[in-house]
Design a protein around this ligand. Structure first.
Ligand SMILES: [Zn+2]
Length: 64
């Protein structure tokens, strides 16, 4: 019997101990990949993440 529960990362499908995955079920390297992709879109000023971010900025600005 294993000490900790083994689960699959939702992105790469590799096996990890449950405690090593984040709340979204991603391993650290996949979580980092997502962050890098988001950052890349913000830098490029395009893509769904950038659009979301832009909307959030607009909403925040409208409250001022
Ligand atoms: Zn992964």
């Amino acid at each position: 019997m294993r000490a900790s529960k083994i689960v699959h990362c939702v992105d790469c499908n590799e096996e990890f101990p449950r405690k090593e995955l984040n709340r979204n079920g991603r391993c650290r390297s996949c979580a980092m990949k997502i962050i890098r992709e988001n950052m890349g879109q913000l830098m490029a000023r395009e893509g769904p993440h950038y659009e979301k971010w832009k909307e959030a900025i607009k909403t925040a600005a409208a409250r001022l």
